[in-house]
Write a protein that binds this ligand. Structure first.
Ligand code: URA
Length: 301
């Protein structure tokens, strides 16, 4: 079927606009109200919507207020969004935290995402990996790091003898930002109390911060990731002891800049070295066997 050129151009431009604002997946076979409206009307933004920048439209107005923590670059919680956080300190398990997030109505990202992406891996693992936010594949599957960046992450872990059963993975945001845009400072601030409680309940022995957003948030720093990476810092997350945080490069960045993989490899070796120095975990059968064999054969013959 051929279409008049003007209508086709308008339809294409409307489609690109939808993709730009992140509406890149169809949830119904036909647009809502398709029977009563022309296809063009169903796809075109109204004049009012087009005047409003998409990101601003998605977020409530900002309120300036005290920063969450000195030096943290957050502009405060959104004013018109009474971010009724549940009493997170009362949540005493990871499943309880997951349910609290699923029930949380204070973040507009929840309404554009398909799934809550809480975590993957082993809740008993010594290592907690924290990325930025789910992408399209993660949003569809409800699991972090399952797309191309996640596949590279799996290969990076395998290079130092780890797999998903030996790590615990989550993100700063549990919902996909439309169009995979970078999380706003407001979204990060809004969801930080949940991530902080996540870290407390998980209580890992080390955190690997994947990418600049994660590293800057966890280290409360404005320094770029290329300067932060590879240097372990101990951070107070409200646990009895400060936790070491190792910033490294995000696998999605490594897919775009493969020449930087050598830097990520150096960071992985730092992580491996840290793990090797930890006292053996008596509940880990592999570690227990390795310790027993080292005891009965100290020379390693
Ligand atoms: N990038 C992230 O930071 N997290 C994911 O889960 C996937 C891609």
């Amino acid at each position: 079927m051929t279409m008049p050129a003007r209508t086709r151009d308008e339809l294409l431009s409307a489609l690109f606009w939808q993709v730009e604002i992140g509406a890149d997946a169809a949830f119904l076979d036909s647009p809502p109200g398709a029977a009563e409206t022309t296809p063009l009307a169903a796809f075109m933004p109204t004049a009012k919507k087009a005047d409003t920048p998409p990101a601003a439209a998605a977020m409530p107005p900002e309120k300036s207020g005290p920063p969450l923590k000195s030096g943290r670059a957050f502009s405060g919680l959104p004013a018109s969004q009474p971010a009724a956080h549940p009493d997170l300190n009362r949540l005493d398990s990871l499943p309880a935290l997951q349910k609290a997030l699923a029930d949380f109505e204070g973040c507009s990202l929840k309404h554009t995402a398909s799934n809550l992406v809480f975590a993957d891996g082993n809740p008993q693992a010594k290592i907690m990996l924290i990325g930025e936010a789910p992408g399209r594949d993660e949003d569809r599957m409800g699991l972090p790091f399952v797309g191309p960046a996640g596949q590279l992450l799996d290969r990076m872990l395998a290079a130092i003898g780890l797999d998903r059963s030996q790590v615990y993975i989550t993100n700063i945001l549990p919902w996909r930002p439309p169009g995979n845009r970078t999380p706003t400072a407001e979204e990060t601030a809004l969801l930080w109390p949940f991530l902080r409680r996540h870290i407390q309940l998980k209580a890992p022995q080390i955190i690997l911060a994947l990418g600049g957003s994660s590293a800057k948030l966890l280290l409360d720093s404005q320094t770029g990731i290329l300067k932060l990476r590879g240097q372990m810092r101990e951070v107070d997350f409200g646990l009895p002891a400060r936790l070491p945080v190792l910033p490294s490069l995000h696998p999605a960045y490594l897919l775009r800049s493969p020449a930087q993989k050598k830097l990520a490899w150096a960071d992985l070796l730092t992580l491996r070295h840290f793990l090797d120095k930890l006292p053996p975990d008596k509940t880990d059968p592999d570690a227990a066997m390795a310790t027993e064999s080292a005891r009965s054969n100290p020379a390693g013959d």
